[in-house]
Design a protein around this ligand. Structure first.
Ligand code: C2E
Ligand code: MG
Ligand code: MG
Ligand code: MG
Length: 292
């Protein structure tokens, strides 16, 4: 049993390598045709203002419908895409698809709210990143204020001047910037002062076990307070339980994203949520919830 790979094809015996390695090699190879063969799809997860239970935004999250391996989550293929250079093509596809959907929703007369798009450091630092970010907004006539870019802290450390330039430009045009997975990266509080981001998204490793672990509580409390003092918005990711929701609300956390409101859903279900605007928290059994 053998697979072919690259210019110099070679044999790989599955007995000699682990399934993990085999899967990684095959995903690496298959990624090159995934865009053209329309194997990617987007899910959307609502971001909710807990004071009014109002949908105030959504985050676009990519999935890969692989013909052999089934539905793959981004954690299974984005690292590979960063290594083989396809990540910018993928991130650009996602933004294009988001703009196309916002235009669609607009024509279906649903009240629009901003959509957040993740952008990996590699794509963000491409020489043509600004052109690539604005082209789809122009094509679909989307006001930049409807696009929020989510960057991780590691995006900020690589090339200071360039990052500052790109962020300035995005903000000038009206896009917003969120710092994703806040608290887990190579962060320096210095960045919060130097880069004018709009929102901090507290990583779900702090939120998931918030009430069981006093350290997570202290850290989350401090991030919320700091965000307030710096005039930034703050979003908690991965909220699953009613007690956690209440605790965050009492401390004035601006936005909630998590299974307690909704798992990531299809374009069509997202449209319904936008149309309704009100979304009630429901404890659906936490991580067992499935996407639809
Ligand atoms: P992220 O940007 O931090 O997105 C939040 C992740 O947390 C999503 O995982 C979401 O499904 C999950 N999540 C939200 N609420 C809950 C909850 O209550 N409980 C649990 N257990 N999980 C929750 P997902 O969709 O698997 O995405 C993982 C990561 O992949 C994202 O983390 C983001 O870093 C990356 N990603 C996703 N789409 C893209 C993309 O288009 N481009 C890039 N560069 N990265 C992407
Ligand atoms: Mg994100
Ligand atoms: Mg995150
Ligand atoms: Mg994450």
């Amino acid at each position: 049993y053998a697979i072919e790979s690259g210019v110099n094809s070679y044999m790989i015996h599955t007995e000699d390598i682990s399934l993990d390695t085999y899967k990684r090699i095959s995903l690496d190879r298959d990624l090159f045709k995934a865009i053209n063969e329309k194997q990617f799809e987007l899910k959307f997860q609502p971001i909710v203002d807990p004071e009014r239970n109002m949908v105030s935004g959504a985050e676009a999250l990519i999935r890969w419908n692989h013909p052999d391996w089934g539905l793959l989550s981004p954690d299974e293929f984005l690292k590979i895409a960063e290594n083989n250079g396809l990540i910018s093509d993928i991130d650009n596809w996602v933004l294009e698809e988001v703009c196309r959907n916002i235009d669609l929703w607009r024509r279906q007369k649903v009240p629009l709210v901003p959509v957040a798009v993740n952008r990996s450091a590699k794509s963000f630092l491409q020489y043509d990143t600004l052109e690539k970010m604005f082209a789809p907004m122009r094509t679909y006539n989307i006001d930049p204020s409807f696009i929020h870019f989510e960057l991780t802290e590691s995006s900020l450390v690589e090339n200071y001047d360039r990052v500052a330039e790109v962020i300035e430009h995005l903000k000038e045009k009206g896009c917003q910037i969120s710092l994703d997975d806040f608290g887990t990266g190579f962060s320096s509080l210095f960045h919060l002062k130097e880069f004018p981001v709009n929102t901090l998204k507290i990583d779900r490793t702090f939120i998931g076990s918030l009430l069981e672990e006093p350290e997570n509580m202290a850290i989350t409390n401090a991030i919320i307070q700091m965000a307030k003092d710096l005039n930034l918005k703050v979003t908690a990711e991965g909220v699953e339980e009613p007690h956690t929701l209440r605790w965050l609300q009492e401390r004035g956390c601006d936005y909630i994203q998590g299974y307690i409101y909704s798992k990531p859903v299809s374009v069509e279900n997202m449209r319904k949520m936008f149309a309704k605007r009100i979304l009630k928290p429901v404890y659906a059994g936490g991580s067992q919830a499935v996407e639809n």
